[in-house]
Ligand binder design. Structure first.
Ligand code: ZN
Length: 338
């Protein structure tokens, strides 16, 4: 089959690779309904994260099961499934506490920017729908696999409640999904830090109430102004740089909570500053599996349309253009048809 392989910084190709097959009895093979490019794919694409050789890209997926291993019990061929980018057994203690992204058997999904993919730990990872959904729902279901699940976790970890004042740092796809999540959770005010007009519009569509274009100290001053000098109850950090973490910490009120889901690159903290700041923090790779059944139900019921975050659709053969478009911020998120 033709699939996506990253050979080195900036060198992404759609090329012939071996078809995936069952390697362990707990695996499933799925035929993808669609796939997409993640903001985190840009780290290795930009050479900021080593890959150790050619890498089969893609970890966001949904589609129909075509084959299962001999120990797979609950997932069957013919079912339409969505899975998380973190593969989990969903039975170990961490999974049962709802932290499937720290599963004792955790693996990370790869190779999903392709027509077919192997999903390890199929029973624990995949969630099936009752019937095969109509094609117009596919982008929205695909979004639950990572980008919405991650934005949702950011809001959950930041303890967004009915009436909360929320700040979202980052107007990428995850930040925008954080806005949608906070809105669904009943936040009273959702302030997005964004300087890009198209992303500001999307944020408003997903439920943002205020936009702050300023950054750094000016940005913090604007947030203070908007919150009567107090700061936000909840802050969603959806970037992963030192600047964005500083922004997030400074925007939260004492006792406020920061949910951080941007993979940190070059981020360090100063102990005394944290001590006197009195902010709560929870983050990391999102345990999307915990939220998947609920998020899929909301999509299937037509309550949320997270697939609106895809603003460019390309065939898999043009995956290189998709990476370029996201790298140059011409696209928020690229859907790949397979
Ligand atoms: Zn587990």
């Amino acid at each position: 089959m033709l699939a996506t392989v990253l050979h080195g910084p900036g060198d992404i190709r759609c090329e012939e690779v071996a078809d995936p097959r069952i390697l362990k009895p707990t695996d499933a093979i799925i035929r993808l309904a669609a796939t997409c490019i993640c903001g985190s794919d840009l780290w290795p694409y930009r050479g900021l994260q080593p890959t150790g050789g050619p890498a089969h890209m893609g970890h966001e997926y949904c589609g129909v099961v075509v084959e299962v291993g001999s120990e797979v019990r609950t997932i069957r061929p013919g079912q339409f499934v969505v899975g998380s980018f973190c593969l989990s057994d969903n039975t170990c203690p961490h999974c049962r506490f709802g932290f499937q992204s720290s599963c004792e058997q955790r693996e990370f999904m790869t190779g999903a920017q392709a027509p077919y993919a192997r999903v390890p730990l199929a029973d624990g990872t995949l969630v099936a729908t009752a019937e095969v959904p109509s094609p117009d729902l596919v982008p929205h279901l695909l979004a639950t696999s990572d980008v919405l699940g991650t934005g949702w976790y950011a809001a959950d970890a930041a303890q967004v409640r009915e009436g909360s004042t929320v700040v979202v740092v980052g107007d990428g796809a995850v930040g925008l999904m954080g806005v949608l999540a906070a809105s669904e959770m009943g936040a009273g005010r959702i302030i997005v830090m964004s300087r890009h007009e198209t992303r500001q519009k999307l944020a408003l569509e997903f439920g943002a109430t205020d936009i702050v274009a300023e950054r750094g100290e000016e940005g913090v001053a604007r947030i203070k102004e908007l919150t009567r000098g107090v700061g936000a109850d909840s802050v969603l950090e959806c970037v992963g740089t030192m600047e964005s973490f500083d922004q997030a910490l400074a925007c939260a009120r004492p006792g406020g909570t920061i949910g951080y889901v941007g993979v940190p690159h070059g981020v360090t903290f100063e102990g005394r500053q944290l001590f006197f700041g009195q902010k709560r923090m929870l983050g990391g790779p999102a345990p999307v599996r915990r939220f998947l059944p609920d998020l899929m139900d909301r999509v299937l019921a037509g309550k949320i349309k997270p697939g609106k975050v895809f603003d460019l659709e390309l065939p898999l053969a043009e995956v290189a253009e998709g990476y370029r478009a996201m790298d140059e911020r011409r696209a928020v998120k690229v859907l790949l048809t397979v």
